[in-house]
Design a binder for this molecule. Structure first.
Ligand code: ZN
Length: 425
């Protein structure tokens, strides 16, 4: 392309490459949505924390391209894990991203980096010897693509302009999640209700020892490592009509259904909407728990489009979300069509608690020039002879990605192959 432009550079009908690129950038910019957000919170125990960050830079090849990050961390048994995750999770995710990627590849690499970042945060927090734990619901918005990673029961929902509400997270609560209950039990945990000696069983299902109601979290080293930090990850591409995300701790969701939360704040700008959702939850249930809500609006550049309208009638999730398309490479045309008719495209969803399944088979991205391997979770350099394949059952195996000895140990513990959460040295 460069030579063609060069050969015609003096022809009056031709525009310079620089001008073309500038035009391209401008039109790209004009097609991008804007992000507006607001947050509201009422504290009871002081263990809810949140983060909101816009204008984050991630793409090496295009420094002007930015994305936004939002997170809610609902702590328990103290606030240390929530504060640590708020301060470090984002950087740990970025640390796990391969360098030099284009936008499409960057988005494709995110789910795997989120898994590594969550596990690294958990591992590093646990090494401090503190016993608290936290949920983490972490949302990355890059133009029209929304990627949500979550452990615990802080939920993120999507309300689209046609009034269809869908949940982008999965609640990791032992009471409601049979699959997780089976996994915890198979890994050596005991699941049961609180039982006062001689009295009836009370309250929700919990994992023993520790008595945690959640099946996944960051921290919680006193509970058993089968309470894993491996997040459920979902990635969707919004239509060109945009949408609204409501990210909130269980103080909201124990009081309001997803539809009720979305319905309570339609037509309000994000800041007021967040306040309205908290108000509505308190009106319904009172202040029984820390209650935090972030509302994020992804707004089309042509702001003359009508604001989200109330739903005409309840719609099924299936109708509002297109089922996963596995042909991502060839999905661009389809994606444009879907966007034009206002359909949200589901790009990725994975919730397995097995680290090997989540890190995949990619063995090209974590060896460096010096011939050392990089641990896929914590990024420490590992000599080829010491790196243990995430897929190896015992002796070294050539198939990456590779883990350092500590992370391999952590993986075994999460799968119930090592009983104690505390490593004896
Ligand atoms: Zn490691």
């Amino acid at each position: 392309m460069g030579s063609r432009v060069e050969s015609h550079q003096h022809h009056p009908d031709y525009v310079s490459l620089a001008a073309l690129m500038s035009r391209e950038l401008k039109s790209e910019k004009m097609e991008n949505p804007s992000v507006r957000f607001g947050c509201a919170a009422q504290s009871r125990k002081g263990e809810d924390y949140f983060m909101m960050k816009t204008d984050c830079q991630g793409l090496d090849e295009n420094p002007s391209s930015t994305f936004s990050v939002f997170g809610i961390f609902d702590g328990h048994n103290g606030d240390a894990a929530a504060i640590y995750s708020k301060d470090h999770l984002f950087n740990h995710v970025l640390d796990a991203m391969p360098r030099g990627l284009g936008r499409h590849e960057w988005l494709q690499a995110l789910p795997r980096a989120l898994v590594a970042g969550f596990v690294k945060t958990d591992k590093q927090f646990q090494s401090k010897g503190l016993t608290s734990g936290t949920t983490a619901t972490f949302v990355i918005i890059d133009e029209w693509t929304v990627t949500v990673a979550s452990v615990g029961d802080s939920r993120c929902i999507l309300d689209t302009p046609d009034g269809a509400v869908s949940v982008l997270t999965v609640d990791h609560r032992l009471e409601e999640n049979t699959e997780e209950r089976e996994r915890v039990t198979a890994s050596g945990g005991e699941v049961g209700r609180l039982n006062v000696i001689g009295g009836p069983e009370i309250g929700p299902l919990r994992c023993w020892p520790g008595g945690l109601c959640l099946s996944r979290s960051i921290g919680d080293m006193d509970v058993g490592e089968f309470i894993v930090p491996i997040p459920h990850v979902k990635q969707v591409k919004l239509s060109n009509r945009g949408g609204r995300l409501i990210i909130a701790s269980d103080g909201i969701w124990d009081a309001l259904s997803s539809e009720a939360a979305a319905g309570s704040c339609r037509r309000l700008p994000s800041e007021l909407a967040a306040r309205q959702v908290v108000k509505e939850a308190l009106r319904t249930r009172g202040l029984k728990d820390d209650t935090t809500c972030i509302v994020v609006d992804i707004i089309p550049p042509d702001n003359s489009l009508p604001p989200p309208s109330p739903p005409r009638k309840p719609q099924s999730k299936l109708r509002s979300m297109l089922l996963r398309t596995k042909f991502r490479g060839s999905a661009t045309k389809l994606s444009k069509k879907l966007s034009a008719v206002g359909i949200v495209e589901e790009l990725f969803e994975e919730g397995s608690a097995m680290l090997a399944e989540r890190l995949g088979n990619d063995d090209t991205c974590n060896s460096n020039k010096s011939g050392l391997f990089m641990c896929a979770v914590c990024q420490v350099d590992v000599a080829a002879s010491e790196g243990i394949s995430v897929h190896a059952s015992s002796k070294p195996c050539r198939q990456g990605p590779f883990l350092c000895v500590d992370c391999r140990d952590k993986k075994d513990a999460m799968e119930g192959k090592r009983r104690s959460g505390i490593r004896v040295i």
